[in-house]
Design a protein around this ligand. Structure first.
Ligand code: NAP
Ligand code: GLV
Length: 323
């Protein structure tokens, strides 16, 4: 059997699984499947900290990474790395990788396509009609007449843009830098200078930006005012992209017609949060996509092996850029 982790001839690395918010046992099980017998530690007692070669993280306890003297790789178990940058003591000299994975992209394509279609075709009304036994039509509007804009044309944004264009939606995307070779049917915009032109053609706006100091609060009243009246907002980025206090006033005024939100400033969204009771807001619990835990384990070991050989993993994050 081939061994892309390069571990058959070397000492197996010691892995720490760090999270202040979730139980990492599922990931320990995945490492055991991918590399049987590997030393994986998690929970409060990590044993001798100088043993640890790699930390796989989702909101690690602040200061923990800085206590690992022989850390060779910080691995995000997610596409985003904002949960790591939030640690003021993040060891910035240690290579940091994120997950880039086709199954994660497929999940995001499915979620975003659903979010766009369910609102554009009035599917929630059919759920109510069906439950009530009523034969009731909603307007059947062609995808070709609906413009979807995707803010963030990276790995996930591009995959969603291509999927929506294949369905037949008019698709546009916005990124920091100009994009060559966009998928057929996708129009590109970039930078602050082209933001207004991009927004003016978004009947649905999908946020797939990384959370950085530049993008925090991107979804705010001023931005909503630059969308076509009655636009639908889909946020599958991070909760802090949205200025939550600006959303319901924009819905009340009719500037926005609906919002489909998968990420929130506080997760789980508190039971008393006003978004739950608002029928114009569809809340999902940060499930737009996931990565198979064995893919996380395998990518981690491959990244480490490549770094040890002096290579540069494709998923290495540019910390100066912040994503
Ligand atoms: P990515 O490949 O790094 O792409 C990020 C995109 O955002 C790039 O196109 C980048 O522009 C653009 N961008 C960054 N800063 C910008 C700015 N200031 N102005 C304009 N555009 C900017 O990231 P990804 O893998 O697609 O993931 C995107 C985000 O999705 C993650 O960071 C995470 O927050 C979120 N996510 C959510 C879920 C969920 O389940 N809800 C799951 C996975 C990921 P350039 O192309 O010019 O660099
Ligand atoms: C999930 O939110 C991710 O960033 O992968």
């Amino acid at each position: 059997m081939d061994d892309p982790t390069g571990m058959t001839t070397k000492k197996k690395p010691t892995i720490a699984l760090l999270s202040a918010v979730i139980n990492m046992q599922y990931l320990a099980d995945a490492f055991e499947q991918v590399a049987p017998g590997i030393d994986v530690r998690h929970g409060a007692d990590l044993g001798a900290l100088e043993d640890i070669d790699v930390a796989v993280c989702w909101f690690p306890p602040h200061g923990r990474l800085a206590q690992l003297p022989r850390l060779q790789l910080t691995q995000s178990l997610a596409a985003g790395i904002d949960h790591l940058l939030a640690d003021p003591d993040l060891p910035r000299g240690t290579p940091l990788c994120r997950i880039v994975d086709s199954t994660m992209a497929a999940g995001m394509k499915a979620y975003v396509s659903w979010a766009v279609v369910q609102q554009h075709r009035g599917m929630r009304a059919y759920v109510a009609s069906s439950a009530a036994g009523r034969w009731e039509e909603q307007p059947v509007v062609s995808p070709r007449s609906h413009r979807v804009g995707i803010a963030g044309l990276g790995t996930l944004g591009l995959a969603c843009a291509e999927a929506l264009a294949t369905i037949g939606y008019q698709v546009r995307g916005w990124s920091r830098t100009a994009k060559a070779d966009l998928p057929e049917g996708v129009t590109g915009f970039h930078g602050a200078d082209q933001l207004d032109e991009f927004l003016s053609g978004c009947d649905t706006l999908v946020c797939l930006l990384p959370l950085t100091p530049e993008t925090k609060g991107f979804l705010n009243a001023s931005l909503f005012a630059r969308l076509p009246r009655g636009a639908h907002l889909v946020n599958v980025g991070r909760g802090d992209h949205l200025v939550e206090a600006d959303l319901q006033p924009a819905l009340d005024s009719g500037q926005l017609s609906a919002a489909t939100l998968d990420a929130f400033s506080q997760e789980p969204l508190p039971a008393t949060h006003p978004f739950w009771a608002d029928p114009r807001i569809l809340v999902t619990p940060h499930i737009a996509t996931r990565t198979d835990s064995r893919v996380i384990a395998r990518q981690t070991l491959e990244n480490l092996a490549l770094l040890q050989q002096g290579g540069r993993p494709a998923q290495l994050v540019d910390l100066a850029r912040g994503y």
